[in-house]
Design a protein around this ligand. Structure first.
Ligand SMILES: [Zn+2]
Length: 281
């Protein structure tokens, strides 16, 4: 189905067999945006060789927003759609000890520091490094950050081509654990991809901006080489508005209830996206 993308040529020889993942957050129900992502993940994996693996990871690092009933629904809908993962389902909520160990390896090399800034103090921009040289002790009510280096990250996105990003300017020092003790998405994902051997990350292009930061975090954790990335187009409600859970007619559950078949749901997701695809020659 994805012949036009020539997945074999997309995957560099060093990255075989392909290990990729589908990683939903159980903070809502599956919608067409997830279906499009799942379609890419499974299609590229299957087309890249019989030994490719798709891991299913439940990204429930946000303990306040994750709910077991959403996880159960996600698993059930994926199964109904026919997307079958390889191996056991993993949950970020069960991997705290691994994140702690990864944090410790950074801490021992002096790459982390405690941060007492609140979200409102930092605002929307990059973290300005307020606590970088305060030498605060880690404590309850304080976050932990990683010192980024000022390097420019260069990578070749498998769909979008060569990219250049400067994480230190985009985000500033990355938060690893927040003031409430939650592991952050950025850190958990990098540690998980590393420990699970994920060598190809297939995700929506709304996450392109965080790629350089994740590559740098992987390097600081001494993962070499970092995973490769394929960022696909997003399903849009209009030219400028992302599709969201609150839009009607996009939830897999709703479409199922209206009598749609799994194939029809997948086709709806893919055809809306492909009409926007700009193919690279
Ligand atoms: Zn701070």
């Amino acid at each position: 189905m994805l012949d036009f993308l020539h997945p074999q040529s997309l995957i560099p020889a060093g990255a075989r067999p392909v290990i990729t993942r589908f990683a939903p957050a159980p903070t809502g129900y599956l919608h067409l945006g997830h279906v499009l992502n799942a379609f890419y993940v499974w299609s590229i994996a299957r087309a890249s060789g019989r030994d490719a693996r798709v891991l299913l990871r439940i990204e429930d690092h946000d303990r306040a927003r994750s709910r077991p009933e959403f996880e159960a629904a996600l698993l059930e809908d994926l199964n109904w759609l026919g997307f079958t993962a390889d191996g056991e389902v993993t949950r970020q909520s069960e991997r705290g000890a691994l994140y702690e160990r990864a944090l410790d390896s950074l801490r021992k090399r002096g790459l982390t520091y405690a941060c007492e800034c609140s979200r409102s103090e930092i605002g929307a921009g990059p973290y300005p490094g307020t606590c970088r040289s305060k030498n605060l002790q880690e404590a309850a009510g304080r976050g932990v950050r990683v010192r980024l280096d000022p390097s420019t990250e260069r990578f070749d996105d498998l769909r979008l081509g060569p990219q250049e990003q400067r994480p230190v300017e985009q985000s500033g020092d990355v938060l690893v654990r927040d003031r409430d003790g939650n592991w952050t998405y950025q850190f958990a994902v990098v540690v998980d991809d590393w420990l699970q051997g994920v060598n190809l990350v297939i995700r929506g292009e709304d996450l392109l901006d965080s790629t350089g930061r994740q590559i740098q975090l992987a390097r600081l954790l001494r993962r070499h080489p970092p995973p490769r990335f394929f960022h696909h187009e997003l399903l849009m409600k209009s030219a400028t508005q992302k599709l969201s859970k609150s839009d009607g007619d996009t939830g897999v559950r709703d479409l199922r209830a209206k009598g749609w078949t799994a194939d029809a749901v997948i086709q709806r997701a893919v055809s809306s996206a492909i009409s926007r695809l700009q193919l690279r020659k």
